[in-house]
Design a protein around this ligand. Sequence first.
Ligand SMILES: CC(C)(COP(=O)(O)OP(=O)(O)OC[C@H]1O[C@@H](n2cnc3c(N)ncnc32)[C@H](O)[C@@H]1OP(=O)(O)O)[C@@H](O)C(=O)NCCC(=O)NCCS
Length: 199
Amino acid sequence: MSESLKIQGPNLVLRFAQLSDAPQLFEIGSDVETTRYLSWGPYTELSQAESFIGGMPRQVEAGEELGFLVTRGDEVLGVTAFTEPRPRDRSVVIGTWLTKPEWGTGVNTELKAMMAALAFRAMGIDRLSVYAAVTNERSRGALGKVGFTEEGTLRRFHRHGDDWYDCVVGSVLRDEYEVGPLAAVPVQITGDVPANWIF
Ligand SMILES: CC(C)(COP(=O)(O)OP(=O)(O)OC[C@H]1O[C@@H](n2cnc3c(N)ncnc32)[C@H](O)[C@@H]1OP(=O)(O)O)[C@@H](O)C(=O)NCCC(=O)NCCS
């Protein structure tokens, strides 16, 4: 994998994680509200964040998940990742979790612009997909704001512990991206995109 891939926005940098980031990630992932709609969590031990970070390069190489830390200077603000790559159809799913103090600050909009630039301008993606639990109104609001269209509901699609969630599936397509709010954000991509993530 390319260690040097970095995506720079006006205020944020997306970069690969290092083990030394584990304490900050542990703190973010220890919050019950942050992890309510995720497939894991909340973290209870630092080793869980360490093992997540330790597994990231293998997931990139295996073509399973291309994940980045969302950073501002030395601060780690969260994680954003592409999953479920479908090379034949040039599509990936994007997911994000952010530290709660940064909800509502614009960080999510900026990082979505950075990930969309990576997808549409560097990876050859034509469709960026999302899932959000029907009851995760904050996530649905955030996605609608940046140009994702909801397409339908997947029943009992996602489980968190013993809780099952119906999920909305949504997307932004390449031509919509080009004229939408995300394409207007200045983004610089440096380093090489891993070859197995170029479609
Ligand atoms: C999902 C997440 C990344 C979104 O980032 P965010 O900074 O909270 O999103 P934003 O504030 O930019 O956008 C949320 C929008 O939904 C609106 N909103 C919030 N709660 C809402 C509710 N209950 N009903 C309707 N709209 C709501 C907000 O007002 C905001 O719109 P506005 O800016 O026009 O006021 C962040 O909340 C997060 O990390 N959540 C925990 C992890 C998670 O659930 N990830 C998504 C899994 S699908």
